[in-house]
Ligand binder design. Structure first.
Ligand code: KIV
Ligand code: ZN
Length: 392
């Protein structure tokens, strides 16, 4: 079976930057945009140009800077937003306008006080107008996750006819189950006329912790673009994490789906975004968290020391982490203690380890974690008892 490429659409600088406290200035955005381009993302959503003069400036400067990726600007479905986005994107080598409107019953009724037919008219008008500026038009059906599939299919068919090149199917509220989201993509593939002229895109939020699972269900059912952010940063509980979907596709080659991401840059990119946005990821964060390749229980440590693959399904070097780590705590066993001591140059005999280990446990119960300095200190404390061994 032929391997197909999934486009990676990064929205760290738009959906990610909407997070309170994550606001970036233009210089910070440029540093991240340059790194995303090097990382190999296909599309960088640089901002929402009409939202503020600062965001407009950032989109202009990112458009000038980015060499490989398409640069995208978000708009609502109105002429002014689209005029401003087109102006901000005018220096981009590959500009994309991302326009759209809410399609669920609650958006139509409460947000727009409108009707399903009028929403389709506005969607078509926005796509046609954006198309008068640039060729590449992505349309988002906001709250598609809670939109009736038959109506969503009608919206999709109308905007394809109007010139859309990509159809974004956002689970805006993070409500869908993976099976349901996958079935929605499949339904659109099967019911929308000319669907093979466009790329279907997954844009999933993480309110129930399902953003990554939903995006994967989407591509398993025919979507070929995933919208995501570094570290899964984003509105409320966040967006799909780029590092997670990329590594899922890499670690499951039988899915026959690949990305253009240089995975060895994932860890350093995550660090860069944490530093610039001032938001640290939790230590147990998949792929890029501090503990993602750290082993602390004795049973796991013993396995990993014998063979890394007993408890690791990814090679840390593949994501830019130099090695797995064996963390010494009161739950660690002798194998881990001997391994860490050996790394510091202490080649312990079984008898020496028998002396050292109880001392280590007492120390670990008090200090939570035993670092290199602690091991040196323990070795020093046990010196007298080690020398007694030699006299026997
Ligand atoms: O979550 C969402 O629906 C969005 C759209 C604006 C694409 O971010
Ligand atoms: Zn979103």
């Amino acid at each position: 079976m032929r391997t197909e490429k999934v486009q990676i659409f990064d929205t760290t600088l738009r959906d990610g930057e909407q997070v309170p406290g994550c606001k970036l200035n233009t210089d910070q955005k440029l540093i991240i945009a340059e790194r995303l381009d090097t990382l190999g993302v296909d599309i960088i959503e640089a901002g929402f140009p009409v939202s503020s003069p600062g965001d407009f400036r950032s989109v202009v400067e990112i458009s000038k800077l980015v060499k490989n990726a398409s640069v995208c600007g978000l708009t609502r479905a109105n002429h002014n937003d689209i005029d401003v986005a087109a102006e901000a994107l005018k220096f981009a080598k590959r500009p994309r306008i991302h326009t759209g409107i809410g399609t669920s019953d609650s958006h139509i009724r409460y947000k727009f006080n409108s009707t399903p037919e009028k929403i389709i008219e506005r969607a078509v008008e926005a796509v046609k107008y954006a198309k008068s500026y640039v060729e590449d038009i992505e349309f988002y059906a906001e709250d598609a996750g809670r939109t009736d599939n038959a109506y969503l299919a009608r919206v999709c068919e109308a905007v394809i006819k109007a010139g859309a090149t990509v159809l974004n199917i956002p689970d805006t509220t993070g409500y869908c189950l993976p099976e349901e989201y996958g079935a929605k993509i499949k339904y659109l593939k099967e019911h929308v006329k000319n669907i093979d002229r466009v790329v279907l895109s997954c844009h999933c939020h993480n309110d129930l912790g399902l953003a990554t699972a939903n995006s994967i269900a989407g591509v398993q059912n025919g979507a070929r673009q995933i919208e995501c952010t570094i570290n899964g940063i984003g509105e409320r509980a966040g967006n799909t994490a780029l590092e997670e979907v990329v590594m899922i596709l890499k670690q499951h080659p039988y899915l026959n789906l690949t990305t253009g991401i240089n995975t060895k840059l994932l860890y350093s990119t995550s660090q860069l975004v944490q530093q610039k946005m001032g938001i640290a990821v939790q230590p147990n964060k998949s792929v890029v968290g501090e503990n993602a390749f750290a082993h602390s229980s004795g049973i796991h440590q013993d396995g990993v020391i014998k063979n890394r693959e007993t408890y690791e399904i990814m090679n840390p070097e593949d994501v830019g982490v130099s090695h797995s780590s064996i963390v010494l705590t009161a739950r660690s066993g002798r194998a881990a203690l001997a391994y860490r001591a050996k790394n510091l140059g202490y080649h312990l005999t079984k008898d020496e380890l028998d002396i050292l280990y109880p001392e280590f446990l007492n120390w670990a119960d008090i200090n939570k974690e035993v670092n290199d300095e602690g091991i040196h200190q323990l070795m020093e404390n046990c010196k007298v008892n080690f020398s007694k061994l030699q006299h026997h």
